[in-house]
Write a protein that binds this ligand. Sequence first.
Ligand code: ASP
Length: 437
Amino acid sequence: MSDVHKKKRSSSQTMTIMIIAGLILGIIVGSIFNIFIDSTFVQIVDQYIFNVLGQVFLNLIFMMVVPVVFISIVLGVINVGDPKKLGVIGIKTVGFYLMTTAIAITIAMGVANLLNPGEGRGILLESSEVTEYRNAEFGGESDVDNIDVNPQSFDETIISFVPKNFFSAMAETNMIQIITFAIFIGIAIIVLQDKVPSTIKLLQEFEKIVMTIVMAIMKYFAALGAFGLVATAFTHAGFGAIESLGMYFLCVLIALLLHFVLIYGSMVRFFAKKSFLWFIKGFAPAMTVGFSTSSSSAVLPVSLKAAQENLKIRESISSFVQPLGATVNMDGTAIMQGVATVFIAQLSGVDLSITEMVTVVVIATIASIGTAGVPGVGLIMLAMVLTSIGLDPAAIGIIIGIDRLLDMTRTVVNISGDAAVALVINEQETRKSKVTN
Ligand code: ASP
């Protein structure tokens, strides 16, 4: 290994260790602060130090998402070089995504049905949190049939894949629309190839510039930012909140862990023929940032970098598969929805039939398509899942208090799923090109 490579690797490891240290310190300090949440000192430190550090970091990496995603997709398409091949990769990617999401939610409902987190706890439905949530989100409406939570119908979702105006797609960080536009630009460049060499060169140089900024943000700010984000999250949610919903919390964590180890572990081991520990180690920088930001979209610049540099996934595949996954593939979110649905059904004394469980799998899988990977969006999708089988979405009020903490862990699973699929497709394509050569 060359000295430059060794140096690069050790600085990436140091950065990951620093972020992990920031996370642990944030959890400890936040949990202690949570005990004294009413004190003015705690509130001032939280507002002016933790929150400022965290939000500045979040904005910094969010600032890079649109340029990184746009440029890397255009360059990725150019590198694939063949629109037909791109179509095949696209279909395979979406196939993998839908399949893993459906498996995720099935595992989640299995775990929840085994451990029964909501049995005999129906009293929770009468808590003030439920009424507050009903008033805030559904204008006090208590008849499930009259609650309309579906923000977008299926046909509208398909139409929304195509941007009417690219600038508004960028302004809204609408990932799917940015992907669509970038693919068009990439294909046009493939068609024009020899006529636009300076554009290609410009894009390659611009990519170097944006990745240098991402690297600098990570090097100088990630550990502090991660500390701030986690410290403020724990100051507000603390471990106390987990206590009363311990079983629900545990079910989500168990299902996330099972899915992560069994499904991603098998994909990496058997489909990509790589060691799972190597995968975890290589993708750790992205996982730590995913945990602190709770946003698969925000973490994209870091996930792309970790996948391309550490997992050696080709840019042409990673830059296409991972941004698509940030909106389409949310296995961790689906797991929370599976457990929450069974939990709320048990609180309500409802036995879910097989048909209802299948409905949950289908609706939760479809709901994840086209929903941006930002903090808390999983709960909005959950309302859709619950109403689809006649459960009261106001019950979300019960779990909202601890959702911020679960959001962190499920975001790690969401982005790891995208990277695992990208790795598998990368290895398959590599093998294919070896056979044809
Ligand atoms: N925060 C998650 C993500 O960005 C989405 C969610 O589950 O709320 O992937």
